[in-house]
Design a protein around this ligand. Structure first.
Ligand code: NAD
Length: 354
């Protein structure tokens, strides 16, 4: 089934309001999730709502909490997300980063203890809209590991995303936004719900043998996701752990830390105003020239032109804004159950996608 962004956002907002969030915070969260769907990342779209509601009902997700400044050292700010709605507290943390960067030219914000913050590209885009370059290293704690280190059979890490966004004048930013696992865990969930296999190279089973079966992540005996790009991807995932985790949160996936079964994100961000490196004009013209140079490459497959990071999402957004967002039956059923679980009145629950 397909549903358009606006009714899906309205429905998602109502779920969070019924769960105790303010209209504004519920809308911020719903906007973020639906934007992830529009950009083609169903793994980080409204399909996350059932896990958020589960967390809320267990008393882990604090829907009224906001970002709290814990310490400030000039351009460096440490922010406690207080296990609030990740999309809300991370946006607030980036507001601080933007303000500090405008003052100092460069800033760093460490956000820790945020409930799952969703699609990291959203924060890169927020900084780019303010004209800033940004770099984000994120770790994930609170659950057991699901990604094996390079060469290992057992999971030791989560899918630790990395993002770097570069603004462009009068154009959408360049946004490299990716899990450091071969594919995002949510994409394995989407495939599992839809009864599909995942891309080759994504998974190993419990004996370390490559498999495409999505169930290996959800049914015993469990296997693991692999890092992207063999040892290089593993290295980047590990840096996300050390910067997003150890540096900012003092919490990594090492087994001495408790894993209460809640998705917590910690994020180390650096934001830079291109002005401090000699003005925006040279920067902008070099960026545009490089983008053009890449686009100018002869494609190996004529039907697949060379793209820049962020462009696949822009294309998907055009299609889905026009045609609607596809939602599989399992996800839709889970959404209905979440709506009921927070006591949303039956007449407010759409019975079928529109
Ligand atoms: P992906 O593999 O679909 O894309 C990764 C990057 O590659 C994107 O920047 C995309 O624009 C670029 N890209 C894709 N196809 C391309 C092509 N043909 N040419 C050039 N560039 C291309 O993304 P992913 O790794 O599956 O991650 C999905 C989402 O999951 C991200 O938004 C990420 O932030 C999110 N995530 C969040 C968490 C969390 O804990 N909050 C954890 C993991 C992932």
């Amino acid at each position: 089934m397909k549903i358009h962004a606006e009714p899906l956002t309205k429905f998602s907002t109502e779920i969070f309001v019924a769960g105790g969030a303010t209209e504004a915070d519920a809308r911020t969260t719903a906007d973020h999730l639906v934007l992830a769907n529009l950009k083609g990342h169903d793994s980080h779209g409204v399909g996350m709502i059932p896990s958020y509601v589960h967390s809320l009902l267990r008393g882990n997700l604090q829907v009224s909490a906001h970002a709290k400044i814990e310490s400030e050292h000039g351009a460096v700010t440490l922010v406690d997300g207080q296990c609030g709605l990740g999309q809300v507290v991370a946006k607030e943390a980036m507001d601080i980063a933007i303000e500090k960067t405008k003052e100092h030219g460069l800033a760093s914000v460490g956000l820790h203890n945020a409930h799952h913050i969703g699609r990291i590209g959203t924060y890169g885009e927020q900084c780019a809209e303010a004209g800033l370059v940004s770099i984000h290293f994120v770790n994930v704690v609170g659950h057991g590991p699901i990604v094996a280190p390079f060469g290992g059979k057992e999971a030791r890490l989560q899918t630790n995303p990395f993002c770097c966004a570069v603004p462009r004048e009068g154009k959408l930013p360049i946004v490299l936004d990716m899990a450091t696992s071969f594919i995002a865990a949510g994409k394995v969930r989407v495939a599992y719900n839809a009864g599909h296999d995942v891309r080759e190279g994504s998974l190993i089973d419990h004996e370390g043998t490559p498999t495409n079966a999505a169930k290996t992540l959800f049914e015993a005996p469990r296997g693991a996701l692999l890092p992207f790009g063999s040892y290089k991807g593993f290295g980047l995932a590990f840096m996300c752990e050390l910067l997003g985790g150890a540096l900012v949160a003092h919490k990594t996936m090492q087994p001495g830390n408790e894993r209460p079964g809640v998705s917590i994100n910690n994020m180390f961000s650096v934001t830079i105003d291109p002005v401090v490196f000699g003005g925006t004009d040279r920067f902008a013209s070099e960026v545009e020239a490089m983008v053009e140079y890449m686009h100018d490459t002869s494609p190996i497959d004529e039907s697949l032109p060379v793209l820049i990071a962020g462009e696949p999402e822009q294309q998907r957004m055009e299609e889905r804004s026009r045609d609607g967002i596809p939602i599989d039956d399992t996800t839709w059923k889970e959404l209905m159950n979440s709506a009921k679980a927070v006591g949303l009145a039956v007449e407010q629950i759409p019975t079928e996608a529109s």
